[in-house]
Design a protein around this ligand. Structure first.
Ligand SMILES: Cc1cc2nc3c(=O)[nH]c(=O)nc-3n(C[C@H](O)[C@H](O)[C@H](O)COP(=O)(O)O)c2cc1C
Length: 363
């Protein structure tokens, strides 16, 4: 683990990524860093941000910059959250407990995954910031309902239901590295489903495209059903199509997460930032949008907000931070991005999130 002094000498999220090969096993590195198929969408998530140019304004008083965000029922200090990701014990022995300590230090909201290695209740017990939950609808709907009720009674503030990986797809880097869940890295939230499923093979090899823990049979009826007993904000995660975003809003979802799963689901779907404008046009006035996929710099957060997102999530960068420095590493990743956002706002000529609009971008 890096010392606090060493962490404070890391200046970008990409530098954390460059350190990752020295901080984790090769299979873990390939699982985390890889994308779907050949990784074209994962790469495009980055390059699409870089193509967008900022339209800078000068002579604006930017001596007070405010990044506060009011999202649904909550105020957030800044519009950057930690996306759900499975299996944090792959990179830190304390797993999600260490991540949430880092999220708390960094004042960020963390969305714990269905495939966490620590139960939601244990994470909730120590969380000081809002703690969301990401749901994969299980083939066993009775179990799914029990799981959601457990999470709600633990005090969950929002649920994100991920709908973009109904079946397993190939991930070349992960497959070549022979990635398997090591012993002790189990799906703690699913433990009552039976050990074969809870701790079982992460991605069945061979020709089995189905997994009981992803729900290949999910449809809009399941969203209606979830809405009938989820009494906290419900987000649909993994939406790239404006029609799907519209259906989510019509069924009472409180928000949509515009995401291609970090390019880990279906290769050659568009970069999330390229999918955002059409979705914002269709539903942006009705429900808040969160964007994830390739956010690595404060300028990326700014561009996402200018194109209609209320907030962004980051995935891989905080896992690299966790691997490099535990909770302090996660907090450092958040601090870098948050500071860069403030710098971008000041340099671009705006002082509040509500002022960030498409006018700050060049077409
Ligand atoms: C190692 C890893 C595991 C992930 N596991 C999940 C998951 O269990 N559920 C989910 O909805 N998204 C999962 N994601 C996707 C993230 O929530 C998020 O959409 C993505 O990481 C954002 O892209 P970025 O990594 O480029 O920031 C995972 C991502 C990574 C990198």
């Amino acid at each position: 683990m890096l010392s606090p002094e060493e962490l404070s000498a890391i200046w970008t999220l990409d530098d954390f990524e460059r350190l990752a090969p020295t901080k984790m096993s090769l299979p873990a590195l390939e699982y985390i860093g890889g994308g779907a198929g050949a990784g074209l969408t994962a790469a495009e998530n980055r390059t699409a941000f870089n193509r967008i140019k900022i339209n800078q304004r000068v002579m604006v008083d930017v001596s007070r910059i405010d990044t506060k965000l009011r999202l649904l029922r909550r105020e957030h200090a800044f519009p950057i959250m930690l996306a759900p990701a499975g299996y944090h014990k792959l990179v830190h022995p304390e797993g999600e407990l260490e991540t949430v300590r880092g999220a708390d230090l960094g004042e960020a909201t963390f969305c714990a995954a269905s495939f966490s290695n620590v139960t939601y209740e244990e994470i909730r017990h120590i969380a000081r910031q809002p703690l969301w939950f990401q749901l994969y609808i299980q083939t066993d709907r009775g179990f799914t309902k029990e799981l959601v009720q457990r999470i709600l009674s633990a005090g969950c503030e929002a649920i994100c239901v991920s709908v973009d990986v109904p079946v397993n797809g190939p991930r070349d880097r992960e497959l070549r590295a022979g990635f398997k869940l090591p012993p002790g890295v189990e799906r703690a939230n699913l433990s009552t489903l039976g050990s074969a499923i809870a701790g079982g093979a992460h991605r069945p090899s061979g020709r089995n495209i189905y997994s009981a823990t992803h729900g290949a049979d999910i449809t809009w009826k399941d969203i209606e059903w979830l809405r009938s007993f989820i009494n906290v904000p419900l987000f649909l995660k993994g939406v790239l199509n404006p029609g799907d975003a519209m259906a989510a809003a019509d069924l009472g979802c409180d928000g949509v997460i515009v995401s291609n799963h970090g390019g880990r689901s279906l290769d050659t779907v568009p970069a999330s930032i390229d999918a955002l404008p059409a979705i914002a046009k269709r539903v942006g006035k009705r429900i808040p949008l969160i964007l994830d996929g390739g956010v690595r710099r404060g300028i990326d957060v700014f561009k996402a907000l200018a194109l209609g997102a209320s907030a962004v999530m980051i995935g891989r960068p905080y896992l690299y931070g966790l691997a490099a420095g535990g909770a302090l590493g996660v907090a450092r990743v958040i601090e870098i991005l948050r500071t860069e956002l403030e710098m971008t706002m000041g340099l671009a000529g705006c002082t509040k999130l509500s002022q960030i609009s498409p006018d700050f971008l060049l077409n």
